[in-house]
Design a protein around this ligand. Sequence first.
Ligand SMILES: C[S@@+](CC[C@H](N)C(=O)[O-])C[C@H]1O[C@@H](n2cnc3c(N)ncnc32)[C@H](O)[C@@H]1O
Length: 356
Amino acid sequence: MAPHEHAPADAWADHVLEVVTTGMESLAIHLGDRLGWYRALAADGPLTARALADATGTHERYAREWLAHQAAAGMVTVTATPAGPVHALPTGAAEALTDPRSLAYAAPAARLLAAAAAQMPALLEAYRTGGGVTWDALGDDARWAQADGNRPWFESRLAPALAEVPELHAVLSRADARIADVACGAGWSTLALARAYPDARVTGVDVDAPSIAHARERAEEAGLADRVDFVLVDGGSLAGGYDAAFIIEALHDMPRPVEVLDAVRQAVRVDGAVVVVDERVEESPAPPGDPFERLMYGYSLLVCLPDSMANDTTAATGTVMRPGVLRGYAADAGYSEVTVLPIEAFPQFRFYRLHH
Ligand SMILES: C[S@@+](CC[C@H](N)C(=O)[O-])C[C@H]1O[C@@H](n2cnc3c(N)ncnc32)[C@H](O)[C@@H]1O
């Protein structure tokens, strides 16, 4: 947290250096994640630097420096042995950094920051000119970090959360229900919906070709390809006879959110359900923000706003889409009412139901 506004320059300088230190620790987490160092420590630790380098096909001198950094940062423990210092990853850290099925899995957040940092020249240019940096330009690290970060939440929390809302659960449980997952990304939510509602046919749509290709492979692997399909199309082109549609953590990215909401309204039966899931930010800004609000503004600066700005016509929403902004989009798209569903299982998301 920044110092008090009347704090002396030294206190501000300390704060800036602390922030930079934390930023570098985030990039060090990314190194450890991508180079397999955390996974090796979790599986086979405690390890010397030599053993870590050998196990991961990396260079011993870098492994030694990274381990020393991680020890200084309190991320690994160090024990002196006759073979030299050995390093271990605490159990909780191992889960947060290496277990893709855990709700505590946080390594993807560091990967998303690294993906954005790699685009800094393009970001600076966009900030000067009003241009943008597309989701595609942010690349695979951003794409799969997004997917991996949300996956455990969809797999373990989505089905029970929806089942707790009787009117919605009834729509989704209809015989031969058709469900759309608009802006499905890698498709983990689409597959979770299909597992939760075995009578449903679920269609994921997205404009990102690698995400759709990945999602199709996952559907095959899961044995769900007979009733789950993935289509490379803009959500603004959605058409026809759905019982329900979801837009999960994506409306704020869309350059034309009203157009997409309007298409979704027309594609979903009037007795169906439209659900927008988006960041659980405060109703209005109240600086200084809490850690979640600060994280969301960080994503907005580096990822979501530049992506949305990379279009000639754009609402330029940003990650921090306040409930009032969503209500305005919904009204403009012809919905009569927006209600917030009583779903508390996702501390990061608010579930909005948009009524015809
Ligand atoms: C932050 S990701 C969220 C993906 C996924 N729903 C999730 O929760 O992990 C945003 C996604 O929106 C997609 N997207 C953005 N605008 C879109 C549009 N107009 N139609 C369909 N997909 C869109 C992007 O390609 C990207 O996959």
